[in-house]
Design a protein around this ligand. Structure first.
Ligand code: URA
Ligand code: SF4
Length: 213
């Protein structure tokens, strides 16, 4: 039997604890074989905001926790700047295993293919079903493609709320790694400011929801 989806590996009971335990055994696509951990999302089960990245990186793969490496540190700082506490949001990825290529002793990040994104989708859908966030933020093109479709362009539509059946409020912005990859310090500063500005819209929307009760 050729397994092409994570669907067969979902636990019968949908809770974050059950998902976390089950995901380590997922063989829904070939990516599990070269990784140390499956990295499920992290955050409160009743979080109002869910952030969706691409896939775990090296540090995430080693620790089993999402966004704990350089991109995660930048994300934490940007969230704090707009008054969102990392511990209050649910942070996850479109793909749960690290796709990498050996380069000497190091492992280099390799973008997940559409087949990995599709195969892994049941985990993300399950997380959305459990957390039922009011706001979903796609961090970068992979998450945006996974959740908003092929035609969506982050460069054109970033920072604005777009209609989606997934959650009442959905917005895409760049991936924090893109900020880190900016070619020089001036470009990096600008990219960071724009990233913070997009997250500021999210924070504003959340405050509006809280005030509206
Ligand atoms: N990049 C991601 O997309 N997710 C992580 O968890 C870490 C880096
Ligand atoms: Fe399963 Fe996703 Fe890992 Fe593939 S990447 S084995 S679908 S958890």
């Amino acid at each position: 039997m050729r397994v092409t989806s994570a669907a067969d590996f979902l636990p019968p009971e949908l809770t974050l604890a059950a998902l976390r335990e089950a995901v380590e055994g997922c063989r829904g696509c070939p990516l599990w074989a070269c990784a140390n951990h499956a990295v499920l999302g992290e955050g409160p089960e009743d979080a109002a905001v869910m952030l969706v990245g691409e896939q775990p990186g090296n540090e995430e793969d080693l620790t089993g926790r999402p966004f704990v490496g350089p991109a995660g540190r930048l994300l934490d700082r940007a969230l704090a700047e707009v008054g969102l506490d990392r511990t209050e949001v649910y942070v996850t990825n479109a793909v749960k295993h690290f796709r990498s290529e050996p380069r000497g002793k190091r492992r280099i990040h390799k973008k997940p293919g559409q087949e990995h994104i599709d195969a892994c989708r049941p985990w993300l859908d399950a997380e959305i079903a459990v957390v039922r966030p009011a706001v979903i933020v796609c961090l970068g093109a992979t998450a945006a493609r996974a959740l908003l479709g092929d035609a969506f362009r982050v460069t054109r539509a970033r920072g604005t709320f777009v209609p989606s059946p997934l959650a009442p409020h959905v917005l895409a912005t760049v991936h924090p790694s893109a900020v880190l990859r900016a070619p020089d310090s001036a470009a990096r500063r600008l990219a960071y400011e724009q990233f913070v500005s997009d997250l500021g819209r999210v924070a504003e929307r959340v405050r509006g929801l809280v005030e509206a009760g």
